[in-house]
Design a protein around this ligand. Structure first.
Ligand code: HEM
Ligand code: HEM
Length: 283
């Protein structure tokens, strides 16, 4: 297949460019579900970070963005097994030998390079832990994750602390991710972004290619992945809705309200019921 816009970088295309153009092969590098996953993840993570930092009335939106991330990660897990070759975890799980070859500049291939693959696993893993800790957390005011009621106050606070701490690690990894992509574009003259948008990549002759770009599990796998993601998110939303209003669910564990959490005459519970009515249901 030809690649019309290929040039050697400067000026008009040369005869060598023509030869290269004829020789390159256009492949499908990233399948459509993976690309939709990536850009949806970007939107959801940016929303989660901005709303998490703003706090207060933005927390219900933080929770929704967080749940979208849970769904996307569930989808990616299935797609890591059943997606097309370059999307499969096994195809880019970095072996030490491949890493060494990459560092020495001897690695050739398409898809995540061995070093990039490490950061992909770190990013997906950290996002999963971040989302999981958020589910059990609360902001001590009017918002709690849908699973917060399952843990006691001490554990809830501890997990929320991890959630805040881990957010810094995530910022670092995300900065690294974007910087690495900019480095590839500016220094190595290797545009990684375009294939993540269009899906296709023009590869030079002799580059080892994946055997097939077909989805391993076909449409059934896509259905399972989407159903799992949707089912998980709906389940968590349902659990969150069933939980008591946040301030009320926090208050019975707080020492001030242990005497009479429901009595309207006790000062502690007056505050509690006020908070509870102020607290908009998060889900
Ligand atoms: C919140 C921000 C972002 C997150 C959470 C994120 C996450 C990820 C993840 C998880 C992957 C691996 C894809 C896979 O599952 O196989 C990935 C790959 C990629 N991301 Fe992002 N990303 C973010 C922002 C961006 C931005 C702003 C760009 C473009 C400027 C970008 C461009 C890419 C590209 C090109 C790849 C493929 C890298 C390769 O060829 O190995 N990402 N990203
Ligand atoms: C990967 C997804 C998530 C990211 C990137 C994220 C990020 C953040 C950030 C940046 C903060 C502010 C931390 C600070 O104040 O220093 C925050 C707070 C919080 N997040 Fe998340 N979050 C995610 C998922 C979730 C989920 C799924 C929930 C629950 C449904 C949740 C619940 C909370 C709570 C309750 C707080 C308030 C903590 C406090 O005020 O002490 N988060 N999150």
């Amino acid at each position: 297949m030809t690649t019309p816009e290929l040039t050697s970088g400067f000026g008009t295309p040369t005869a060598a460019d023509d030869a290269t153009r004829r020789a390159t092969t256009r492949i499908l590098l990233w399948d459509l579900p993976l690309r939709i996953f990536h850009w949806s993840l970007v939107v959801s993570v940016v929303t989660a970070i901005v709303t998490g930092e703003l706090g207060g009335p933005w927390m219900p939106w933080h929770g929704r963005a967080g749940l979208c991330i849970v769904g996307l990660l569930a989808f990616r897990t299935v797609w890591g097994i059943a997606g097309s070759t370059t999307a499969r975890f096994a195809s880019f799980a970095p072996a030490p030998r491949a890493l060494l070859r990459y560092v020495r500049g001897q690695w050739r291939g398409v898809g995540h390079n061995p070093l990039g693959a490490l950061s992909v696993f770190a990013l997906l893993g950290l996002l999963a832990v971040q989302a999981a800790t958020g589910l059990f957390g609360n902001d001590d005011i009017a918002f709690a994750g849908p699973l917060n009621a399952l843990v006691d106050d001490t554990l809830g606070r501890r997990v929320t602390g991890w959630h805040r701490l881990l957010a810094n690690g995530l910022f670092a990894l995300l900065a690294l991710h974007v910087l690495a992509i900019a480095f590839h574009a500016i220094v190595k003259r290797h545009d990684l972004v375009r294939p993540m948008i269009t899906g296709t990549l023009d590869v030079a002759p002799g580059t080892p290619l994946p055997k097939t770009s077909r989805w391993r599990g076909g449409r059934a796998a896509l259905l399972v992945a989407v159903a799992l993601a949707g089912g998980g998110v709906s389940g968590l939303t349902w659990v969150g809705r069933g939980a008591a209003p946040v301030a009320a669910s926090i208050s019975p564990r707080s020492p001030a309200s242990t005497s009479s959490p429901t009595s309207p005459t006790s000062p502690a519970s007056t505050t509690t019921s006020k908070q509870a009515t102020q607290a908009a249901p998060a889900w």
